[in-house]
Each structure stands twice: as C-alpha cells, then as structure tokens.
Ligand binder design. Sequence first.
Ligand code: MN
Ligand code: MN
Length: 294
Amino acid sequence: MEQTGIEELKKAGKITQEVKSFAKSFIIKGMLLLEIADKIESKIRELGGKPAFPVNLSINEIAAHSTPAWNDSGIAHGLLKVDIGVHIDGFVADTAISIDLENNLENKKLIEAAEQALINALQHARLNAPLNDIGKSIEQTIKSFSFLPVQNLSGHSIEPWNLHAGITVPNFGNGQNKVLEEGVYAIEPFSTNGFGAVRDGRKSGIFSVQKEANVRDSFAREVFAFIQKEYQTLPFCSRWLHKKFGSRALLALQRLEEAGILHHYAQLVEINKGKVAQAEHTIIVTEKETIVTT
Ligand code: MN
Ligand code: MN
C-alpha cells in the first residue's frame, strides 16, 4: 500500500475512539435516536472529521443499516448497535460497539461473544494470513458462547472514498484460500441467538451513488451535485439532505433513486428475528505490522 493516507487513516481512527467513549457516556434507554445520531455526528465534525456514513443505530434483530429519519420518533432500547464511520479526505475508519440498554444477561453475552470474536480475529490478522483462518476463529469463538455468527454479513476491504472495496473478510470458515494482502480492512463479527443470517427489511433512508445519469428535474440535479461534491461515493442519508434542503430533498432523492442514480440500502434483519450484537475495528495491514486504527 502507498504510504499516503496513513496519517489520515490514523487520525480518522483516533476520532472514532473518542466518539465511541462519548457515545457510551451519554446513550441511555428512552433517548431519541435522532438526538443520539445528531450528537455523534456533531462530535465527529467537532473533532475535525466527517461522517463516512450516517451513524447506524440498529436495535435487536436489525443487524445494520438503520439510521433515524429526519422526523424519527424512535427511541433507544434493547440491544443497540452503534456503527460509526469517520473520514479525513476520504480515508475511512469504520468501527462499531454494541450496548445493552435492558440489563439483560443474554444481550450481555451476545455482546461479549462479538467482542471476543473480534479480539481473537485480530490475532490472525497478519499479512498473508488466510482469510479463512480469521473467519474460522470468529465462528468458533461465537459458537463457544452457544450463539451463531451472521454468515451473510462480513468484514471488508476499504479504499479511499470506498467503504466496501471488494474483498470480503468472512465471519465463518468459508474454506476459501485467499490471504490478507496489504491494505485497509474492517473486521466485524456479528453474533446472534437467531438463525445466523440476515435478509433485507424496510428501506433505510441510507443511499449511495451507483451511477451517473441525467435527471430531468432541476432541483434533483442540484441535490445530486451537492451529493457528488460532499459524499462522492460514500453513503449518506435523507436526514442529512432534509437538513440541508428541507422537505423538497425527499422528493429529489426519490427521483434520483427512480433514475437508478442512487442505491437505497435496505435495513438488514435477522431471518428468525434473533437478537444481533456487533463489534468492529478497522486495521491497516502492512508488511511490518497490523495497526488497529479504531
Ligand atoms: Mn461499520
Ligand atoms: Mn464495516
């Protein structure tokens, strides 16, 4: 990997560390998800970063891809995953914590399983390590807690302005013989007391640009120009655009989605409605060492 960007990657990671402890310090049961999202995203900016994606606040059987809408009345409860992304000039840190807001023993065990799986996986995360070893370690650790890994969610390589850059870091032993190459990766075990897989649920209000094309509506064009300048190919959400442009933005997003310009992410829901916990770190793999940035 080129040396460029290492400082930005580290700085983005440092910001996520501060934001995670900040999040742990103020999130309580019953708080508006909207308020939590605003506080976290404001903190990221205050510390000199930008959100690399809308903070994901996913509860219980929703494993990922949930962020409050501009007028959301949802409140924090249950087993809450807080998935935070920060970027500096496109260099991304991606990390997640899970919080039990019910003082529930099973929630705590699910969280411990995901966190321990991440710790164990990081032991394997060296240059040229088989990705299968990382996946197997995650699977074995989570199974040792009598839970299952979510098999169709995985870690991923990260490139500048590209959150999911193509390489998959499995959460189970998939028998493939690919090895870890130099680069930036997120490792993110998910544990569940359900089936061990997710399906698409409701639309999330989270989007990313998937192709460039023309749209007739001039206001939609204006919104698209802003999206391209501000987020490039990183995910963003309707809440952010509502804040910037008002309620007209929602119709513009719909037009851009209909034109195939934007991909609209679905929430990811555990197939048996099992509860899901997540832990995630971003690493830089170099010839010399593996650096955990988050
Ligand atoms: Mn994440
Ligand atoms: Mn990730």
